[in-house]
Ligand binder design. Structure first.
Ligand SMILES: [Zn+2]
Length: 316
């Protein structure tokens, strides 16, 4: 076995480890919410459709607007309370999707999507988690304007953390969709795959939605078998990451591969194959001779793969 590669300091996972205190007890108190909106330290992230609006500054962009300023940009679809940031109220505001075009025409703003913001480090890293919270919550609102029980238009309550049906009284809560993302491993080798939408040369963990009535471990085994034909045994949870595209939670795992022959489901994957530890280390370091790479360090896949390369995975 070759010596353990030095991959340098561990980078931070994107959208995770939020510094926001959600202060859920304030959501049910209408007077307290109104006071938070009127607090002079209150700030908001602005979202228009899939775009986030940033203010251009000398170095990184500033994603925060005061609430009075935000209201000058046209009709707001929703205002949701994200929580407190060092005691200051933090909101996310949905503008009409077409408002993005107006901002694009103005030099003082950057209009881009949340994935690019994280990938390109356009804002201070501490903004990524609350931006993910706001974007996911606003996306849920945009898609849940009507009651799924009776079809009547629903009303926003509790600072954006619930929608109530005035007709049948059903309450509706924001959804998070669990996705398993896993690395199947067998000693010195692991299975990586390529989705059709990946940029050339990039390989990553396999992933898929957890289905109703399914445990995380079973979803890991099912997806690995469906996509790559590999039978897995023991599954070990690693870490999770909010993934606001639109409202997923990535559940990172390592899985013990019990079979070796790869059978690719071409409807899901462009390719999949075994990689040895040394090759994967070169991919993490961006030093692979053929230019192959893993996903960037903002994504949980990088961390799942790296933990295996650094021999931190144990099945018990
Ligand atoms: Zn209803």
């Amino acid at each position: 076995m070759s010596p353990r590669p030095d991959l340098g300091p561990k980078p931070r996972l994107g959208y995770a480890a939020s510094s926001i205190e959600r202060a859920a007890e304030r959501r049910t108190d209408a007077a307290a919410l109104a006071a938070l909106e009127n607090d002079r330290h209150a700030r908001a992230y602005l979202v228009a459709g899939d775009s986030v609006i940033l203010k251009k500054t000398a170095d990184v962009a500033d994603p925060l607007f005061n609430l009075a300023e935000a209201r000058t940009f046209g009709r707001t679809a929703e205002v949701v309370f994200l929580g407190l940031c060092n005691g200051a109220p933090r909101f996310a505001i949905a503008l009409e999707p077409q408002a993005a075009e107006t901002f694009k025409a103005r030099d003082e703003f950057v209009v881009t999507d949340l994935r690019s913001i994280a990938m390109r480090g356009l804002v201070e890293a501490d903004h990524l988690a609350p931006l993910a919270e706001g974007k996911a919550l606003l996306n849920w609102h945009a898609r849940h304007r009507f009651c799924s029980t009776c079809g009547a238009a629903t009303e926003v309550v509790e600072g954006g953390w619930r929608r109530d049906c005035p007709s049948c009284r059903a309450p509706h809560f924001p959804r998070t969709d669990p996705v398993v993302i896993m690395l199947a491993i067998a000693g010195e080798r692991c299975v990586l795959g390529r989705s059709y939408r990946f940029q050339p040369g990039m390989w990553s963990c396999l992933a898929g939605f957890v289905e109703p009535g399914e445990a995380i471990e079973d979803a890991v085994r099912r997806e690995t078998r469906e996509e790559a034909g590999i039978v897995c045994g023991r599954v070990r949870y690693f870490a999770s990451q909010p993934w606001p595209f639109p409202t997923s939670l990535m559940i990172g795992c390592h899985a013990e591969a019990c079979s070796r022959e790869i059978v690719i489901d071409r409807s899901e994957l462009d390719d999949a194959r075994w990689f040895d530890r040394e090759e994967v280390a070169a991919m993490l370091l961006r030093r692979h001779p053929d230019g192959l790479s893993t996903p960037p360090s903002m994504a949980i896949a990088y961390h799942i793969i790296r933990a295996w390369v650094e021999e931190e995975v144990e099945f018990r």
